[in-house]
Ligand binder design. Sequence first.
Ligand code: PA5
Length: 441
Amino acid sequence: MKLVKKYIHGFVSEESLRTMKTQTEAAAGLLHSRTGPGNEFLGWLDLPVSYDKDELERIKNAAERIKKNSDVLIVIGIGGSYLGARAAIEFLKSPLYNNLKKDTPDIYYAGNGISPEYLNELLEICEGRNISVNVISKSGTTTEPALAFRVFKKLLEKKYGADGARSRIYCTTDKVKGTLKELADEKGYETFAIADDIGGRYSVLTAVGLLPIAVSGCDVSEIMRGAAVAMEELKAPFEQNDCYQYAALRNILYRCGKHTEIMVSYDPAFVLMAEWYKQLFGESEGKENKGIFPAAVNFSADLHSMGQYIQEGLRIIFETVIDIKKPKTDFFLEDDPENLDSLNFLTGQNMSEVNRKAFEGTVLAHSQGGVPNIVLELEDRSEYSFGYMVYFFEKACAVSGYILGVNPFNQPGVEAYKNNMFALLNKPGYEKQREELLKRL
Ligand code: PA5
């Protein structure tokens, strides 16, 4: 990952970056000395080298079993227990993964919402096909995945009997506590542990992400290798550290009134990565009435929808553009003797070059229109690059959160809707709150 600062000139001076250096180093110091707020959730910091190697082997073995005996893997989870795996699979394989010819199972996601239609459609998709389930919940008590798991556990027990279901259900949850852990122990399901000191949005490089990713046929060891290299390289001093400089730039721009960061990509394979980024930064920084609002667009598609606003709307935006240097495949445009569409000037051109010109044209237009553009270059869509990028963003987020003056590792605000929902659903213990809410509805 390489930071390109060319398109922020005129918005951020070298002087302000130098001034922010002290604060960034102080923030990084808090992180590495493990003395900052939320320091009980720093398990991700050295995870790329300290991870449990035996568990990784178990993950690979489980993935092989699932690949052999299943047409479909249902991954049940929400938020940090869902986004990382899906982002990885779409980035490393394809957003069209399920539709491609392949020798790995289709992967569908459940428990990431409460829509009855979605659940019914998923059950229909599963008809007549061999299924395995990976249910993921750190707390083991989150309503959405618990509801979906109840449905798929019943389906598997009906289809394969209790013993058959046992060999097809994999639980990723807390090592010792929680309803899911108790249920898994009671039923004898294979379990994978989420460490206490790794929060949901920082958990993609644990079994939470790695088991589904391995089932899709990706090399999870390569992912960890990329993350390990990032871990070492991103300890460098500020001047040589693109991760620290990115964190610093975000905060400089925020203080200049650029309150929204739009993550821009030029490949649909990045759409779910951007969702992962939104959770990582949104949940980490959006608190105490402050925080950069993380948004995302996928170009060139969204140039035809959001492009107008970015070019000429409220000047509260900066963009962070992911520039993937090497496309996975080429696509050369052929000559058309009729040339009725007048596109023959592009004959022999690689589609990736056309995409690059869209990127260059847009960066120039947007920065000239008052939108600073930070560019992050990524070599390719390999497992190694993915691991590197995940660690880069995780560390940038932690450092940026400390510069902002918040605890980047808690999420107290997430409870508010849950309590209201339980009260409105008449959950025992919520009677008084229910009365108050019903008056307001
Ligand atoms: O980042 C977080 O903490 C959340 O997004 C959680 O991952 C999400 O709420 C799911 O929680 P759990 O894994 O406990 O089911």
